[in-house]
Design a protein around this ligand. Structure first.
Ligand code: TA6
Length: 304
């Protein structure tokens, strides 16, 4: 199937004029381009993966690696990877891909509509099939609802369509664009208990704001707090609100891990940080048959 034969029926069925249309992305990937009066965003059907969010008058808020690879079966480096049904390594089987399979699969366009005649909303879906069941033997229906105003709202609805309960972990693994890693601070997690993935000797407690002087890979537990990223270099604050999430992961790979990742530039650790809306470790949720869990994040900026 050529790209044109992919794009034409999508635009015929779902485009909303200039507010939402389907375009060609890197390596023939299909992207949805969303535009409101106050911002723009792009979403890859591969992985249901938000790639960009740019409020009017602002530099990009969501970060993408210049080395990102657009290949079937591989996650795109940057944006908002959809990590599901588990976060990090598989709890029992190290052979299974890290962060689950949802970010590596092609999602389907379910609908597109305007909210209040000004905000495009894209609705994507992913259902279980023989491949997913060979990895994780449960029936599910994922819905990804992305709404653009002057903010970016991303909501993952996780429905158990099977007849046995399952444990749902995962994250909206948001990469944020910053001026310089040593200049920023993250507020809102003061006093939260966390797993330092680089020193699993035991739970730690966040003392004050988060600043970065080395590789940082923390899973903050039992917190529903909004995170506020203060970036004096870009004269802005980025807020990460969340819904249905009791974990927040804060990650910067720093020098050595950046150098080990083939789809991550050696110096790109300087210009990004992840604030991830998650349910990980002890915060995973059990979803009963027929029930739905909603996991959402809203990204917004304010000028300093
Ligand atoms: O969210 C932090 C983390 O779990 C890190 O340990 C690092 O592995 C990152 O996710 C990226 O994982 P990925 O599989 O996308 O390379």
């Amino acid at each position: 199937m050529t790209l044109t034969t992919k794009l034409e029926p999508l635009n015929t069925s779902f485009s909303l004029g200039n507010a939402l249309r389907f375009i060609e992305g890197p390596n023939g990937f299909v992207l949805a381009a969303l535009t409101s009066e106050k911002a723009s965003a792009t979403v890859a059907l591969h992985g249901g993966h938000v790639l960009s969010f740019v409020p009017k008058g602002q530099p990009p808020v969501i970060w993408m690696s210049d080395e990102a690879q657009y290949r079937e079966g591989k996650a795109i480096r940057g944006g908002i990877p959809v990590c599901w049904p588990w976060f990090g390594p598989h709890p029992d089987d190290p052979e299974k891909q890290a962060h689950g399979f949802a970010r590596n699969l092609e999602w389907t366009v379910f609908s597109a509509r305007m909210i209040n005649n000004e905000s495009p909303q894209l609705h994507l879906t992913l259902r279980d099939d023989a491949l997913t069941r060979s990895i994780w033997d449960h029936a599910f229906h994922l819905e990804m609802i992305i709404t653009l105003t002057d903010e970016l709202k991303v909501e993952l609805q996780i429905k158990n369509t099977g007849d046995t309960a399952f444990t749902s972990g995962g994250a909206l693994h948001t990469y944020l664009s910053i001026s310089q890693i040593s200049q920023i601070s993250i507020h809102g997690l003061e006093g939260a208990r966390y797993i330092d993935q680089l020193d699993p000797s035991g739970l730690k407690t966040q003392e004050g704001e988060i600043r970065f002087t080395a590789e940082t890979d923390n899973i903050y537990l039992d917190t529903t707090a909004t995170c506020r990223l203060v970036d004096p270099g870009m004269h802005r604050e980025i807020y990460v609100d969340k819904l249905g999430s009791r974990s927040t992961v804060v990650w910067n790979p720093w020098i050595n891990k950046a150098a080990r990742m083939s789809d991550f530039g050696d110096n790109e650790y300087l210009e990004m940080v992840c604030i991830e809306t998650a349910n990980a470790a002890s915060d995973t949720v059990v979803i009963a048959p027929g029930e739905t869990h909603r996991l959402g994040t809203t990204i917004r900026v304010a000028s300093l």
